[in-house]
Design a protein around this ligand. Structure first.
Ligand code: AMP
Ligand code: MG
Length: 420
């Protein structure tokens, strides 16, 4: 059935991104489940983690050496009585109750500093002489001691819900004895590749057919962003079959489509979404690659439950466009569906190795190689054949971000980078 074309609303990159972030902020958190701490990395925490006791639980020596009164070291070298030894894990009853002026206690890294001592001298600056020790360097009050509760107070919040668990947050959870954690369930993300020329990777393509690579790159990106990809069959450029598959995809928490959003006669995604009464937030962004990207929300026509609808992205079919537009626009929505607290798009900067010339007007995200040694990071574009060139993109390890008002960036300038 013929349908009217959807008027194109191409936004500036920043406006489009802002719109996505605004929608992401309205998404409510998903259901939760419990996971073992050992497999919790990469999951999104759904319960706050609190300190079950002070961290550290006792004043902790950060050095091997001697617990001292700093005032005893006013004139150097000093000589003081050694009245005992405290090892890490020393039983509380074995720790001297007091340490008088002129006394010191041998102490190990991680051991509790005894009452009376106000600093620890590193063993490197000491020399034992029988029951005494000679100290060659003074210390400030508090030196080499972390006070009880200085890192966190008992009952204090350590990690909030909405945080993606990484080695440091897992270590914190372990340090307060959480062997399992409540996390958000992963959202299901339907992936629908479209195009008459696209065939399954198991099929032998005819000379003019193209294997479906987009569903596979998207599956990786979806997993990295906390989702569970659900690959749908490839949709032909035929409205009825496309509509049936879109309706299927709308049953998931998010629908990502690739292809069929350009201006060609057989680019039908927008029209079919329009038939399904989709609300469009934008139908284009002034970027390269990925200009025809579509973002909307759709209630799946007759299929909708009382839900408020499913977010839908029509990502351009060129493989690099698909990857870039996922990162720029689909990721914040998926992260919100996964329960992650919103975060801004952040770029790092690196020194440009060779000059870039482009036509102004679009914000560009071009495949590039970040290299260099230690603090001297350098970046340069990889030669490519445009947004279909997944081979060049595979040789790259990041994208250089080129502002839309620049036509030339000289070598040596610091340029923004989107990492992959
Ligand atoms: P389209 O966005 O449908 O105009 O497609 C743009 C280009 O991307 C065409 O060269 C398609 O063959 C290619 N393409 C579209 N979908 C896929 C896919 N799933 N895997 C690999 N290439 C694709
Ligand atoms: Mg197509």
């Amino acid at each position: 059935m013929p349908v009217d074309p959807v008027p194109s609303i191409a936004l500036n990159f920043e406006d489009a991104r802002l719109l996505v972030e605004q929608q992401a902020a309205q998404i409510s958190t998903p259901a939760t489940e419990s996971v073992d701490l050992l497999v919790a990395a990469g999951r999104v925490l759904s319960e706050p983690v609190f300190a079950d006791r002070n961290l550290p639980p006792f004043p902790r020596s950060t050095r091997d050496g001697y617990a001292v009164h700093s005032a005893d070291l006013a004139s150097l070298p000093a000589s003081v009585d050694v009245i005992g030894e405290i090892r890490a894990g020393e039983r509380i009853e074995n720790i001297p109750k007091e340490m008088l002026a002129g006394q010191a206690i041998s102490i190990m890294t991680g051991a509790p500093v005894p009452q009376g001592a106000d600093a620890v001298v590193m063993v490197e600056y000491t020399k034992p002489h029988g029951p005494r020790v000679e100290i060659k360097r003074g210390v400030a009050i508090g030196e080499n001691i972390v006070l009880a509760g200085a890192e966190a107070k008992q009952g204090g919040l350590l990690v909030d819900r909405g945080v993606c668990l990484d080695p440091a947050t897992i270590a914190l959870a372990a340090s307060v004895g959480k062997s399992s954690l409540q996390v958000y369930k992963r959202p299901r993300v339907a992936v629908l590749s479209t195009g008459d020329e696209i065939v399954s990777i198991d099929a032998t393509p005819s000379p003019t057919q193209i294997r479906n690579s987009n569903s596979y790159s998207l599956a990786v990106q979806i997993r990295n962003a906390g989702g569970e990809p659900v690959l749908l069959p490839i949709a032909p450029d035929e409205p009825r079959k496309l509509r049936a598959l879109i309706e299927e995809g709308l049953k998931s928490d998010l629908l990502l489509m690739t292809g069929g959003v350009s201006m060609g006669r057989y680019d039908l995604v927008e029209q079919v979404l329009e038939e399904l009464k989709a609300e469009f937030f934008f139908t284009g962004a002034k970027i390269q690659p990925g200009r025809p990207v579509v973002f909307g929300k759709c209630g799946a026509g007759a299929l909708v439950r009382e839900s408020t609808g499913t977010y839908v992205f029509g990502l351009p079919g060129n493989p690099v466009s698909t990857m870039v537009t996922f990162e720029l626009f689909a990721r914040p929505i998926l992260e919100a569906l996964a329960g992650l607290s919103p975060r801004k798009l952040r770029f790092v900067y690196a020194n440009l190795k060779s000059e870039i010339r482009v036509k102004p007007g679009l914000k560009r995200f071009l495949p590039a190689i970040l290299s260099g040694d230690f603090e001297a990071s350098q970046v340069e574009l990889v030669p490519w054949q445009g947004s279909g060139d997944v081979a060049a993109t595979a040789r790259a390890n990041c994208y250089i971000v080129i502002p839309s008002d620049r036509d030339r960036i000289p070598a040596g300038e610091f340029v923004a980078i989107l990492s992959r």
